[in-house]
Design a protein around this ligand. Structure first.
Ligand SMILES: NC(=O)C1=CN([C@@H]2O[C@H](COP(=O)(O)OP(=O)(O)OC[C@H]3O[C@@H](n4cnc5c(N)ncnc54)[C@H](O)[C@@H]3O)[C@@H](O)[C@H]2O)C=CC1
Ligand SMILES: O=C([O-])C1=[NH+]CCC1
Length: 317
């Protein structure tokens, strides 16, 4: 172990080349299951600490975790901002740090943007795998940013939808999105048009007020709600939250950070990890919402996968 040397630096392009959904998804399922077992000897993951960046209308989120049996000590620093509508600046910026749990030195510093994009989308895909109806045909994505793109990629890789619809508040956004994906998309000018009759709906906007309303959602649909990560931000309305069986990544995270959960007053039915562990049922036939906030264990197993693959590649050359 090189405790004195500088950490490895692995940046965006390399992370992009090394991370594959097919390898990431099973590791994320394992991490979600471990987290929900609440065994402190296995996983420690406190709710992330957020520091307000008042002048810049944003927050720094610090997301540490220790996964003892995996020998993983990791922290992500993620800044996220409430941007003006149409701002070209990114909504989030992230860096992941892997430490040696025995010695405490930093082993690797990695770009966290690709990891955040891919692990968030892959976890939403896991929620769909568990909670959507088996005959799901239509996917609707609200938003056309980074998360929209990663969600499109993993959902079309894992499932075969007959139609993928995309909505954004700006036409240019949808056009750009259409040009950056390899498969077909139906461009929608209104949210209602995009979600009516959809079997799976992904909300990946920067909205702080509801953009998806329950009255438009087909009974039995599955919604992965990914934006709105502050206790006073919303992306979906009370009608949808109350109609749905609500699943989350972390109960404590949702009760601390999710405006959609806190302000609608709904009861969280289960964590995704509970379903993976077989301790809570998957209500596929009902309308379901998976409220995602993002967890450190997801970043940790993603970063470990990147590091392992980086090392394997380095030893070959
Ligand atoms: N649950 C999780 O683990 C994570 C959640 N997020 C959240 O996901 C959301 C999307 O993130 P990115 O794709 O990186 O952002 P982005 O900035 O790349 O894309 C945001 C999208 O929202 C649209 N948008 C912006 N303001 C809007 C408004 N007022 N109404 C409707 N649409 C609006 C933009 O046109 C764009 O299509 C953010 O809220 C972010 O905080 C991000 C990372 C992880
Ligand atoms: O988990 C994550 O990286 C984030 N969740 C909300 C903004 C960033």
């Amino acid at each position: 172990v090189d405790m004195a040397g500088p950490p490895l630096i692995i940046w965006e392009r390399e992370v992009e080349q090394l991370l594959l959904y097919a390898e990431l998804v099973p590791r994320l399922e394992d991490a979600l299951g471990k987290f929900s077992r609440r065994d402190n000897a296995e996983v420690i993951q406190p709710v992330r600490t957020t520091v307000a960046l008042q002048k810049h209308n944003g927050f720094l989120g610090v997301m540490p975790t220790y996964m003892e049996n995996d020998g993983l000590l990791c922290a992500k620093f993620v800044c996220f901002y409430k941007r003006e509508l149409g701002s070209a600046l990114p909504a989030t910026q992230a860096t992941v740090v892997l430490l040696n749990p025995q010695y405490g030195n930093v082993e690797a510093v990695m770009d966290g943007d690709v990891i955040t994009g891919m692990r968030t989308a892959a976890v939403s895909a896991v929620s769909a795998k568990l909670l959507m109806r088996p005959d799901a045909e239509v996917l609707a994505i609200l938003g056309t940013g980074k998360q929209a793109l990663s969600h499109y990629n993993v959902f079309t890789e894992m499932f075969s939808f007959k139609e993928v619809r995309v909505w954004s508040h700006r036409k240019e956004g949808i056009e750009r999105f259409r040009q950056s994906v390899s498969g077909p998309v139906t461009m929608c000018v209104s949210v209602e048009e995009a979600v009516t009759g959809a079997d799976v709906i992904v909300t990946v906007t920067r909205c702080t007020e509801p953009v998806l309303f329950g009255r438009w959602v087909k009974p039995g649909a599955h919604v992965a709600a990914v934006g709105a990560c502050r206790p006073n931000w919303r992306e979906v309305d009370d009608v949808l939250m109350k109609e749905a069986v609500v699943y989350v990544d972390s109960r404590d995270g949702a009760m601390t950070e999710s405006g959609d959960v806190i302000l609608s007053g709904v009861e969280v039915f289960a964590e995704l990890g509970d379903v993976i562990n077989g301790t809570k049922p998957a209500h596929r036939e009902k309308t379901t919402v998976f409220k995602s906030l993002g967890m450190a264990v997801e970043d940790a197993v993603s970063a470990k996968l990147v590091l392992d693959k980086w090392k394997a590649k380095a030893s070959q050359s």
